[in-house]
Design a protein around this ligand. Sequence first.
Ligand code: IDP
Ligand code: MG
Length: 155
Amino acid sequence: MKLEKTLVLLKPCTLERALMGEIISRFEKKGLRIVGMKMMQLDDAILANHYSHLVDKPFFGILKASMMRTPVVAMCLEGVDAISVVRTITGSTNGRNADPGTIRGDYCMSNQQNIVHASDSPESAKAELNRFFCPEEIFDFGTLNIPRLYAEDEI
Ligand code: IDP
Ligand code: MG
């Protein structure tokens, strides 16, 4: 099957604003399968890796602190082209510029407190899933609802 897996984090702003259910529901309703999910408290070490491309930015300190304010919810989502589909649903980084209909466009006003993290490429999805999940925390749903979600020639 041509399924991809990608990482989504529900950021602390999402927990604080009691939006977890709404955001999870958007991914579920789209037809992405949640094949791993847990709540976890992040620390300096995991955030230094996760945001290694931003360590030199002036906002890195407040970004890291904001990601440790509460636990996050980590999810592994699965589907055909899941990595790009999830990025599209997520919308651009700054919620003020994100298109209506996207998660960031519909739920936030911030460039930083922007509801979710989503992997941006196959390479980062693989590295990020390894960073946040042990292999036994990601489940094999087999064909389950695949015939309802896709045409035969798409999978
Ligand atoms: P992405 O989350 O859309 O992939 P990245 O550039 O990878 O965006 O940045 C990771 C996170 O760092 C963003 O989601 C946001 O929370 C924060 N961030 C990125 N750029 C800025 C900025 O210019 N100011 C404040 N926070 C930022
Ligand atoms: Mg990114």
